[in-house]
Write a protein that binds this ligand. Structure first.
Ligand SMILES: CC(C)(COP(=O)(O)OP(=O)(O)OC[C@H]1O[C@@H](n2cnc3c(N)ncnc32)[C@H](O)[C@@H]1OP(=O)(O)O)[C@@H](O)C(=O)NCCC(=O)NCCS
Length: 182
């Protein structure tokens, strides 16, 4: 409790945010770049959402804009191909001693190559650099594929949030990963 409080004080007082350096990545013989998301990417992110959520776009342009310009410490990054196409992205924000993953998606043409794991690993580094004790996320109860990946990466179920998704009232599984405290 005390630790959580001190984390919150640090966030509010100092707006802590560890720096992120873009990096190149090799995966299955293909080269990618991991970089921060900017305003110019939002149109493509919405198209990526449409691709993976069967035409739905859970996040609007204004939702993306308010997250990437939020005063709360955050990390919004994407992985792009050599042709500058966005293959996947992840968003996270830091509250107290927790880094919360707010959004993650990998285009259908790029799934099952390890991109999702790389994105989560990068957010985990961000969380550790910022002295977080946990990493958390919500996932649809029916999204068992994503849950399998999260469990493999060390997340476990914490509780169920009833009617979490307003579009169809589906419940969310709240998942958490405890991080090594440095
Ligand atoms: C969930 C999601 C982000 C995962 O992204 P991804 O890039 O496919 O994830 P990874 O490739 O790292 O891992 C997926 C699986 O591929 C496997 N994989 C990774 N690299 C591989 C490779 N080279 N060869 C074969 N399989 C591989 C992983 O082991 C993993 O298997 P597991 O599910 O049994 O753990 C993606 O499927 C997605 O965008 N889904 C739709 C949107 C969504 O559901 N978002 C989550 C909301 S909470």
């Amino acid at each position: 409790m005390l630790k959580k409080f001190s984390g919150l004080v640090k966030t509010v007082l100092y707006g802590r945010q560890a720096p992120f350096s873009e990096k190149s990545i090799g995966l299955q013989g293909e080269e990618y770049l991991m970089r921060k998301i900017g305003d110019r990417d939002i149109k493509e992110l919405i198209a990526l959402e449409r691709d993976v959520y069967f035409g739905e776009t859970p996040w609007t342009k204004s939702a993306f804009l308010s997250e990437i310009h939020s005063p709360i410490p955050h990390l919004y990054i994407c992985i792009v191909t050599k042709q500058a196409e966005i293959a996947g992205f992840i968003g996270s924000r830091l509250i107290g001693n927790d880094t919360h993953i707010t959004n993650i998606a990998v285009g259908t043409a790029f799934q099952n190559r390890g991109i999702g794991q790389l994105l989560i690993d990068e957010v985990e580094n961000f969380a550790i650099m910022n002295d977080c004790a946990t990493l958390s996320l919500e996932v649809r109860l029916s999204n068992t594929d994503a849950q399998r990946l999260y469990r493999r990466l060390g997340f476990s179920a914490r509780n169920i949030q009833k009617n979490y998704y307003t579009e169809d009232n589906e419940d969310a599984l709240d998942m958490i990963k405890h991080l090594e405290v440095r």
